[in-house]
Design a protein around this ligand. Structure first.
Ligand code: PGA
Length: 247
């Protein structure tokens, strides 16, 4: 039985004041469901240490939104995986479509994942097709290609997040059937190439998950939780989504 996981991706939003209120709003409600659902929040880099301090005593874990593929050195603007581990991150989101759009390749994302694992961070690896790719009937192939780069080095603690690009921040969600169908093909690809990991690996859905659609999505056989953007910025909505992940 895979334990459900809900991850809040705050993207480039917030200030120390708003983040303080958001974390307090989440921790007060989430503690009760912590024995059933894993909950993770991913603030922007400058707020990681602040959020880590606010999460003290809670079971909610901290994630970063990306990390460098390099260990250390003259890489202005980059943040190394060991720095993230040092400030208390346990997870790191990698390959989000907003970073792929900014030029990150499958090969780079695979290298970032190796760098992250070397520091004990658990990667949340994002894959997903654009609207055009789906309309052309290529969604499964696109996702399979993205996965192919990541599969050889996957470890059992890694998480995959299927996020159709056309559903991110648009208010348009994949139907539970569309999402389940893609999750099943991701698991089938895992079964083919990494059979030892296929059953246990968590595959999250992301793309306009809201309190109103979360329970139906999470009820699908191969959907093991969600990667939440917009709705994660509102404590009440995020908490409702975490509740919906309770088995
Ligand atoms: P959204 O974002 O929930 O706002 O669609 C999801 C994501 O980008 O991870």
């Amino acid at each position: 039985m895979r334990r459900k996981l809900v991850v809040g991706n705050w993207k480039m939003h917030g200030s120390s004041t708003s983040i303080d209120a958001l974390v307090k709003g989440i921790t007060s409600a989430v503690t009760d469901v912590a024995s059933h659902v894993d909950v993770v929040v991913a603030p922007p880099f400058p707020y990681l240490a602040q959020v880590k301090a606010l999460l003290k005593g809670s079971t909610i874990d901290l994630a970063a939104q990306t990390c460098s593929a390099n260990v250390q050195g003259a890489y202005t603007g980059d943040v190394a995986a060991d720095m993230l581990a040092d400030v208390g991150c346990r997870w790191v989101i990698l390959g989000h479509s907003e970073r792929r759009e900014a030029g990150e390749s499958n090969a780079l994302i695979a290298t970032q994942a190796v760098a992250a694992r070397a520091q004990g961070l658990m990667p949340i690896l994002c894959v997903g097709e654009t609207l055009t790719q789906r309309q052309q009937g290529n969604a499964v192939d696109v996702v399979a290609d993205q996965l192919a780069a990541l599969i050889p080095a996957l470890t059992e603690d890694d998480v995959i997040a299927y996020e159709p690009v056309w559903a991110i921040g648009t208010g348009e969600t994949a139907t539970p059937e569309q999402a389940q169908s893609m999750h099943a093909s991701i698991r089938a690809e895992l079964k083919q190439y990494r059979p030892e990991l296929a059953e246990g690996m968590r595959i999250l859905y992301g793309g306009s998950v809201k309190p109103g659609n979360a329970a139906t999505l999470f009820a699908q056989q191969d959907i093991d939780g969600g990667l939440i953007g917009g709705a994660a910025l509102n404590a009440e909505d995020f908490n409702a989504i975490v509740m919906a992940a309770q088995d």
